[in-house]
Write a protein that binds this ligand. Structure first.
Ligand code: GLC
Length: 728
């Protein structure tokens, strides 16, 4: 449709129809099957309400969505198509590593490739909009949704986020093109910093920390053309995001010029009643006043928006602007010309889980794995004598992460299947359940647990461990121990698995651990029994194949930590780009009158950016020439390897305290044994900019340190005085 045609349509709509365009419910509330992603109480929709619904949440499948679209258009008075919106977070049916694993690749092109494939499959299944990328900065591993973020660093998250938007929407952001879906930047803003790591909890950030560390990734993705933004559940400065005028009107729409659709998170508008901002009618008005366009799954707009407009408390102009943004989204998706867009049973069969997609999933998974410990035991050799694979992840297909709802989870490749496919002679034992009998997982119902079965599995595992030359323990969190509403006060593997590990270690000391996790975990209690520790996150559909390839050296683990690993949960939140304090403690040990704990180091177990390879690298001292900083990187090992060379800056003195390090560049370099290469970064003034004492975003002249190294703990640096173009 042309803009005038859209305007004519808008003018024709009744008040009820206009309100309906701003309401989103699950397919279940319209009488169809639906995935559950939030509380399920009914919303009291009348037949007429149902007919006017503008968008549908959490339904997919070409055949089903074509039927829903036909039914909805038939009863919508102007036959306006609904838009189908889903959480396609790390893949639709071909599942990729969880987003924290995508962050670990330090490779935006891989995040883009994963998003591209996810869009192709989801669009074939009738999905028009994905609620991705999630770009919340995350510094507290107690929060379960760290798995859904690229990590703790705003610079890395910005690159990953922009790449995912490009993957979903295409280079040209033409969301009407086949294989493209509209992307949604979420959760705006700073949902990843809840008090205590407790989901949905209050967020307390200084304005400068919010602007420097939490908003940049959202901004980069919005400025790259993302078509929707989703408001977050949390308060900021004691204001819930869905009612935050400064955040939504001044920053998002004002400064950033966002003209797309603002959608609430699930029920978040009505939840402002719980936050204490008034009754449902009042929060409906509050949300409209900050230009929230779509009310996802709440009574607010459906029950009160019509009367708010009739009473003049909400102007018809406000309503029409919101409805027009929704109509323009549908128009740009091409839904008025083809309400089904890509939905096609034939196309689903052609693209979903096709070989090309599976191969991509395997390659990306390998690049996400982080080798945390290795005494040289890895890579294994197929002639390494008798190998035993032990643990509840040995033959487990549920390796997709908590925000994946593949209709065919059995399509994934388990470790056992991959090992057998590779012709490797090995023995296998489950050894334990994934979860302890008393440990809750998100879906409340305790998982089945039979003590006799558990003991039988344990005995079988110890028995094969006794006769093995090498034991590969496949352990980790349950998929639902991370994700939404999965905050934990303990960051360890389930106790039954710890017991299995200790029992196996009592009969065999040659242990390699493969660790499945949606978050940083405490590792000291497991590495004490291991020669090597390979972190695989939740690797997705081809996880088993990728793990086997890396364990046996077909590929190297390519990941680096996108989030700091603590020594203990008590250190949380812990992150690398912290301030120096007035009493710095670079060694982390307990000293009197310095920044320290009495009973634990202040240093992490593994720092941001850390990861071992199957070879080794050395760095020359950092050289500075003009605005170019560089180091010579040498492969000092015996295998070809890829290093993720990282650039950090430190603004030594400024009008406010500055982080001890900030990531400002990363480059992958593949070197043959003995090969050296100069890796250089151009220092741009914008790398040095920050919110100064006057809250102006500027670079200040002065001393800077430039670090180039393998991770954020590097001390390989050079100093120089930077002069800035503008006088401040
Ligand atoms: C959930 C999540 C959000 C998701 C939405 C729709 O509560 O917070 O990330 O996109 O609801 O499922």
């Amino acid at each position: 449709m042309t803009k005038p045609q859209l305007e004519n349509l808008l003018d024709d709509l009744s008040l009820d129809e206009k309100v309906g365009q701003l309401v989103q419910v699950t397919a279940a509330l319209l009488g169809y099957e639906s995935t559950i992603t939030g509380p399920q109480e009914g919303l009291g929709l009348s037949e007429a309400d149902q007919a006017n619904i503008g968008s549908v949440l959490a339904a997919s499948g070409a055949e089903r969505l074509i039927k829903i679209q036909d039914a909805q258009m038939a009863r919508q008075p102007h036959h306006i198509p609904v838009a189908f919106m889903c959480d396609v977070i790390n893949g639709y049916e071909t599942i990729f590593p969880i987003p924290l694993g995508l962050g670990a690749t330090f490779d935006p092109s891989l995040a883009e490739a994963a998003a591209r494939i996810a869009a192709v499959e989801a669009a074939a299944a009738g999905v028009d909009v994905t609620f991705s990328p999630m770009l919340d900065t995350v510094r507290d591993a107690r929060w379960g949704r760290v798995m859904e973020s690229p990590g703790e660093d705003p610079y890395l998250n910005s690159f990953i986020g922009v790449a995912m938007v490009r993957g979903y929407q295409g280079e040209d952001n033409d969301i009407g093109t086949q294989g493209h879906v509209a992307s949604t930047v979420k959760h705006f803003a700073a949902y990843g910093a809840p008090d205590g790591g407790r989901d949905y909890d209050n967020v307390e950030l200084s304005p400068r920390t919010l602007l420097e560390d939490y908003l940049p990734a959202y901004k980069a993705a919005v400025m790259s053309g993302a078509r929707l933004v989703m408001s977050s559940f949390n308060t900021l400065d004691r204001i819930p995001s869905s009612g935050n005028k400064w955040l939504m009107k001044d920053v998002l729409r004002g400064e950033w010029g966002f003209k797309g659709v603002l959608i609430s998170d699930y029920g978040a508008i009505e939840e402002m009643v719980n936050h204490g901002l008034g009754d449902c009618r009042q929060v409906a008005k509050r949300a409209m006043d900050v230009t929230m366009d779509i009310d996802m799954y709440s009574h607010a707009y459906n029950f009160y928006l019509k009367e708010l407009v009739q009473s003049g408390e909400i102007s018809l102009e406000q309503l029409d602007e919101a409805v027009m943004r929704v109509l323009e989204l549908k128009n740009d998706l091409g839904l008025f010309e083809n309400p089904y867009k890509d939905a096609s049973v034939e196309r689903e069969k052609e693209v979903i889980l096709c070989r090309e997609h599976r191969e991509a999933a395997c390659e990306i998974a390998k690049k996400s794995f982080v080798l945390l410990e290795n005494d040289g035991t890895l890579p294994l050799s197929k002639s390494d004598g008798r190998i035993a694979f032990i643990g509840p992840y040995v033959d487990n297909h549920d390796i997709h992460g908590s925000w994946s709802h593949p209709r065919h989870p059995e399509a994934s490749t388990s470790i056992k299947e991959a090992v057998l496919q590779a012709g490797i002679d090995a023995e296998f034992a489950i050894g334990s359940y994934v979860m302890d009998p008393d440990m809750p997982v998100r879906n409340e119902e305790p998982l089945p647990y039979d003590e006799a079965q558990a003991l039988k599995w344990l005995d079988e595992a110890v028995e094969i461990a006794k006769h093995a030359d090498t034991v590969v323990m496949c352990l980790g969190e349950h998929r639902d121990q991370s994700g939404e509403c999965a905050s934990r006060t303990e960051l360890q593997i389930p106790h039954c698995q710890q017991k299995l590990l200790e029992q196996v270690a009592s009969v065999n000391a040659n242990i390699v651990i493969v660790l499945f996790s949606g978050r940083p975990l405490e590792t000291k209690k497991i590495t004490k029994y291991a020669k090597a520790l390979l972190l695989v996150w939740f690797p997705g559909t081809e996880g088993g194949t990728a793990i086997t390839d890396v364990l046996f050296g077909e590929s190297e683990p390519g990941g680096r930590l996108p989030m700091t690993f603590p020594r203990t949960v008590a250190q949380e939140p812990i992150y690398y780009n912290h301030l120096n304090t007035g009493r710095p403690n670079p060694t982390g040990d307990n000293h009197v009158f310095v920044n320290s704990y009495m009973d634990e180091s202040t240093l992490p177990q593994y720092p941001f950016g850390y990861g071992l390879t199957y070879t080794s690298f050395e760095y020359s001292p950092v050289a500075i020439s003009g605005n170019r900083v560089s180091a010579v990187v040498t492969n000092t090992g015996s295998r070809t390897g890829t290093e993720t060379v990282q650039l950090y800056i430190h603004d030594v003195a400024a009008t406010v305290a500055r982080p001890v390090k900030e990531l400002k560049g990363f480059k992958k370099v593949t070197l043959e044994p003995g090969e050296s290469r100069t890796v250089a970064f151009e220092i741009e003034e914008e790398m040095l900019e920050f919110y100064n004492i006057d809250m102006r975003y500027v670079a200040e002249p002065g001393e800077f340190e430039f670090f180039i190294g393998p991770d954020s703990s590097t001390q390989n640096k050079a100093e120089c005085t930077a002069y800035c173009s503008t006088n401040h």
